[in-house]
Write a protein that binds this ligand. Sequence first.
Ligand SMILES: Cc1cc2nc3c(=O)[nH]c(=O)nc-3n(C[C@H](O)[C@H](O)[C@H](O)COP(=O)(O)O)c2cc1C
Length: 254
Amino acid sequence: MTQETKPFSSTVADTLSQRVTVRFFHEKPIPEQMLQTILEAARRSPTSSNMQTYSIIVVRDQAVKQQLAVLAGNQKHIETCPVFIAFCADISRLEIACEMHGRSLAKTLETTLVATVDAALVGMSAETVAESFGLGAVMIGGIRNHPREAAELLGCPPGVYVVYGMCLGWPQEEKVPPQKPRMPDELIIHYESYSTADPRPLLAQYDEALAAHYGKQGRNLNRAAYTGVIANRLDKPSRPHLRNTLEEMGFRLV
Ligand SMILES: Cc1cc2nc3c(=O)[nH]c(=O)nc-3n(C[C@H](O)[C@H](O)[C@H](O)COP(=O)(O)O)c2cc1C
């Protein structure tokens, strides 16, 4: 369906429909008021039981960005973006609130999940607002390679971990990639109950679509561009250190 014939459209729908991850930025800074507008709007995101169990750390310092880039697996875009934002799960204020009333926080997997979901929601809202202003963004899950070091570098107290980071900046237009195809809707969207259809044919179809997408960019000749990559990557535990480290940082995972 073309843009003109869509029965429903909005600026938010358009922003999301056109978005793509951007990894190459101009040096040009982000105006302070634009950044504040992004963060204020993002903070209107829903938050579990109004607990607001997240913190946002804005980093512009080049030396700190360089160290974060190394911690995240030498991701160059963290150095070249004008603003890096760490979206943190934060249960430290819950602990303080309980202490203020002579109680102690009963930490559970649920408190960890609540804080992690809160951080995810506020970050995605920030990304959408930023993109609506013409900025580009890449989220940085690689920061969980070294959660303790990232938290120390950013001065986080116990009960705070960086769920993911985000590089923000003005896109170098010629290096903005084409949109990656998504899986067929039938695989992802279920109505009333989970579909019982065998997902394999549609996964195979998606393998081909993604392979064609990469092929057009001269990358990755693996025809199983989705399932093959997943199988190669995830037949061993990813970030196996995470559970112990997060526990040591004040989170519960049981
Ligand atoms: C939580 C999260 C963490 C991510 N971490 C990284 C990262 O560390 N480095 C990176 O280059 N891209 C990262 N990405 C971007 C994804 O690779 C990208 O969203 C995905 O390939 C789909 O591409 P698209 O956003 O252009 O549609 C991350 C995305 C999410 C949602």
